[in-house]
Design a protein around this ligand. Structure first.
Ligand SMILES: *[C@@H]1O[C@H](CO)[C@@H](O)[C@H](O)[C@H]1NC(C)=O
Ligand SMILES: *[C@@H]1O[C@H](CO)[C@@H](O)[C@H](O)[C@H]1NC(C)=O
Ligand SMILES: *[C@@H]1O[C@H](CO)[C@@H](O)[C@H](O)[C@H]1NC(C)=O
Ligand SMILES: *[C@@H]1O[C@H](CO)[C@@H](O)[C@H](O)[C@H]1NC(C)=O
Ligand SMILES: *[C@@H]1O[C@H](CO)[C@@H](O)[C@H](O)[C@H]1NC(C)=O
Ligand SMILES: CC(=O)N[C@H]1CO[C@H](CO)[C@@H](O)[C@@H]1O
Length: 459
């Protein structure tokens, strides 16, 4: 049987003209940059803000532990604010610690916020990230009791009253959907509640019920704080308020209907658990069906209170669920598209995104690569119609990371020498790179797996 093409076809195929044409086409494609994007700060909308964040208890962490006085914390804040201004951050995000918002600390927060206000009028504050006062946990079980709603609202009232004149963005609760799992399902984070076989190391808890209770009360507490803000503070303080979700992206394992179905269900549990009530006043049908009577029911009044109780949605986005690689900027684009398609064109702030490393090197090229790709993905999403208004990287300085302690993980643009008495700060290459992007409008080119900038940041 004849399998080779006739000779005259081969001749045409190898004709020098055709070859030249093919080469020209290839060159054009390369010049155009297949899958590449070139951009500067100016390509983002005027009201788009770039920032970086920290969280109070991770930041202050050691301060309380080793008995340092608040004035030393204040010194760190001073030097950090100077660095923030040098780098050119437009927004600064930090978390107030509920368990530490005692009168003596209130003055410290006042002092810090005053300092931040000098360099930026775009201060973002997170009110809750896993630091419930122990007394409320002991008294009534904390978040699994509806009593938390009033206590959280009272705490929010203090935050708005004391700091609201200088805070532009309030985020009530950080990553409730991730906390439900870590704190009440597998129980690896405080209050370490779980039950067999979902978690194995807890002394108390109920993994099949408490995650749902936690989210239910977190949504009600959030909505109640938002109502308070809108009724009592918003007109005078002119800020906006929202909630944050942990937004990992998921791909089906195969093309089978089962895998596609499972992926859709997962997304409803991860995104819809929070967004469906906030947009439609109730949990997604698929969750009600799967969780049955374990899922609490919103009364009409609660449903009304929760619906539209946000000005923006904050996303913490780190990676996708793909075996092999953690860096998947496309996952961020797909997550934004999913939210827009299912819940409308919501105002989104990417509040946390960063690359942790066990390597404390100052020459953090990998972090630069990661950040450039995700900033590029954000720009692409905006061009495709997503309403993203800000990008805040995690984190500004190396922090006391939740799982590893000081020495293990390094997320910072700024390195901290935790061994030195003064906790000496040093800018990493990523800080200079971010600064060139923000202040000098340097060009960032992102190609598949490769990032370059006009002028490479020098330390
Ligand atoms: C339970 O705790 C022990 C001791 O802290 C630890 O070694 C073990 O890995 C934990 N097991 C699980 C399943 O988390
Ligand atoms: C968790 O609570 C449910 C509903 O009250 C109950 O049926 C189940 O037995 C509880 N599980 C554990 C481990 O206590
Ligand atoms: C840290 O990263 C730098 C640059 O990527 C590399 O040269 C160095 O060997 C790494 N150090 C460790 C301990 O992994
Ligand atoms: C979403 O809202 C933004 C800001 O108003 C707008 O620029 C964008 O075009 C909207 N997207 C769609 C798909 O309508
Ligand atoms: C920005 O450009 C100026 C002038 O060319 C230069 O002095 C400075 O080092 C550059 N980088 C930053 C981060 O400002
Ligand atoms: C504050 C926070 O949640 N940080 C987490 C970000 O994600 C990394 C893993 O990618 C965690 O190690 C951090 O604790």
């Amino acid at each position: 049987m004849e399998t080779r093409p006739p000779l005259h076809l081969l001749l045409v195929f190898f004709s020098p003209w055709l070859l030249l044409l093919l080469l020209l086409l290839l060159l054009l494609l390369l010049l155009q940059g297949v899958g590449s994007l070139q951009f500067t700060h100016d390509d983002f909308p005027d009201d788009f803000v770039f920032g970086a964040g920290t969280s109070a208890y991770q930041y202050e962490g050691a301060a309380a532990e080793d008995g340092r006085t608040p004035s030393i914390w204040d010194t760190y804040t001073h030097s950090d604010v100077k660095l923030m201004s040098e780098i050119g951050l437009e927004a600064y995000r930090f978390t107030i610690s509920w368990s530490r918002l005692i009168p003596s600390m209130e003055t410290n927060y006042q002092a810090s916020i005053n300092l931040y206000s000098i360099i930026s009028d775009d201060i973002h504050v997170v009110m809750y990230h896993m630091d419930l006062p122990q007394s409320l946990q002991d008294e009534y079980g904390g978040w699994i009791s509806p009593k938390i709603v009033d206590d959280f609202t009272a705490y929010a009232d203090v935050c708005f009253r004391e700091f609201g004149d200088r805070v532009a963005h309030w985020t009530t609760v950080l990553e409730p959907n991730a906390m439900a799992q870590a704190c009440y399902d597998i129980g690896i984070l405080p209050p370490n509640r779980c039950s067999y076989p979902f978690g194995r190391n807890c002394t108390a808890g109920n993994s099949s019920v408490e995650p749902y209770l936690f989210i239910h009360h977190a949504l009600l507490a959030h909505a109640s704080a938002v109502r308070l803000y809108r009724e009592k503070y918003k007109v005078a303080q002119k800020g906006i308020i929202g909630i944050n979700i942990y937004s990992m992206w998921f791909y089906p394992f195969t093309d089978s209907a089962e895998d596609i179905g499972a992926t859709e269900r997962t997304k409803k549990f991860i995104y819809g658990w929070i967004l469906h009530p906030l947009v439609f006043g109730d949990y997604p049908e698929i969750m009600k069906k799967a969780a049955g009577s374990r899922l609490p029911i919103f009364s009409n009044h609660e449903s009304e209170m929760v619906t539209n109780s946000f000005d923006f949605i904050g996303l913490n986005h780190y990676s996708s669920f793909v075996p092999g690689t953690m860096v998947d900027p496309q996952g961020l684009e797909l997550a934004l598209e999913y939210i827009r398609e299912n819940y409308g064109n919501l105002t989104i702030y990417i509040q946390e995104n960063g690359s942790g490393s066990s390597n404390e090197t100052l020459d953090d090229v990998e972090r630069i690569n990661y950040l450039a790709k995700y900033i590029a993905a954000t720009l692409k999403a905006i061009r495709n119609g997503a309403n993203v208004k800000g990008y805040s990287m995690w984190s500004f300085v190396d922090l006391y990371e939740l799982f590893g302690g000081y020495s293990t993980w390094h997320f910072g643009l700024v390195a901290v020498d935790f061994g030195s008495e003064q906790r000496r700060r040093q800018l990493r290459r990523s800080a200079s790179w971010y600064s060139e992007f923000l202040k000098n409008n340097s060009v960032i080119r992102v190609e598949d797996g490769f990032v370059s900038a006009d002028s490479h940041a020098q330390l």
